[in-house]
Design a protein around this ligand. Sequence first.
Ligand code: SAH
Ligand code: SF4
Ligand code: F3S
Length: 481
Amino acid sequence: MKENEGNYILPDHRQEGMRSLKEMAPRREFQLSEEDRMLGEGKSFRVRTYGCQANVRDGETIAGILQEMGFTEALTEESADLLIFNTCAVRRNAEEHVLGEIGNLKTLKRSHPEKIFALCGCMAQEESVVKALQERYPQVDLVFGTHNLDRLPALLRTVMQEHRRVIEVYSSQGDLIEGLPARRSRRYKAFVNIMYGCNKFCTYCIVPYTRGRERSRSEEDILAEIRAFKAEGGREIQLLGQNVNAYGKDLGREDGFTSLLESAAATGIDRIRFYTSHPRDYSVTTIAAMQKYPNIMKALHLPVQSGSDEILKRMNRGYTADHFRELVGTMKKMIPEITLTTDLIVGFPSETDAQFEQTLKLVDDCEFDSAFTFIYSPREGTPAAAMKDDIPMAVKKQRLQILNERIGMHARARNEQYLHRQLEVLCDGQSRNNPLVMAGYSRENKLVNFTGEGIREGDLVLVEVTDAKSYSLDAKALQKI
Ligand code: SAH
Ligand code: SF4
Ligand code: F3S
């Protein structure tokens, strides 16, 4: 590939940090030119996605665009003509893994120079990563960011027809692009973006820099997507945003999320989930909506991060541990059957043993159904990266292990309460380890492995729980619903 330095558009962290909350994001409709519809004919692709649901959803859009361009999905990554790494930047080890994998492609590129390798997603929004790709990874032909998925056809056209490297990463806040195709991984379950970006700027987190400021899609666009999905036989939607409770604020709407949730429930789709909620913005009206509509699932992921007020303050989370406890108390009182999961970070700069103990105490008080736990990872350009990362790795690892044991203990105890109870499961097909057993998620978002005859992917099934483990339930099917 030829270099064409002058034409690169590179990310800029300073620009990403600057944002105006007043202007609304412009809306654009995606359109594919006739010429681009033919570009992929006879060629195959694979997308490898890392990171959160936002990235999974982007991966579906990328695959959808490529299919409309005539590309077909390759059976293996090795055989693909176009291989795209849709990356996550949230922690360093995930990034190192991707750079290692891309490093390994050098030899393949040498023997197959016609293959195209691309990198997109959150790592593409990082200045230092793009600089490294530019200087040390000539095997990567195309780099594009999270704000310009609709530019993919044009960028690929340049790479394929002009045989040169293209880097186009915008740091502006991104438009709302509607009408993008999507190749959903399942026909009965869908991720529905309700907003992009994040304004919270938790001090440890890279996401506001890689995803830009909060931009809400219009309620009409969201509801139209849900209705169309339902009409095609869709059963479950997951409303996506980094902080869904802030939905609509940029559109000048207060408590926009609750009213969106109610309108989504009124479409009559079988199951509605939403992800992620922020404790600072979570409103009692949202809990009331969850209580009122049977098709809003009684499962909530509410990341708390730490049980220490001092650490929460240094993380810029905007609430105290007691505020969180109260919120959980209200929730459990209003919806006793609710399942609650969370995210926790150990080893944030200056976290003392006593502060870590407070996290354990919070975990005991809230009795989470499960949690994602992480070792703090400094991210360049974030405020926490300027704090001294002073907790030795051995201590971080030990805290993580203690925390995981505690989480596991509560998870098991919570799961045991489901023994012999009947649950409704949406079947996702055969379980991972045993083709004779089916797997799916219950309304409470519990992973259920179950036996039964004549059950297919996409079926709603009534099951009876026969055994409880820490992270899943075993059951037998009673009947299809
Ligand atoms: N928007 C979501 C979370 C997005 S990132 C929310 O705020 O709830 C998912 C999780 O990764 C976070 O909740 C946090 O626990 C973890 N995380 C984010 N940045 C991190 C970092 N620098 N080091 C370790 N964990 C991090
Ligand atoms: Fe990151 Fe905080 Fe935004 Fe979540 S709310 S994406 S942790 S900045
Ligand atoms: Fe990772 Fe980006 Fe999601 S950093 S967690 S893929 S928003």
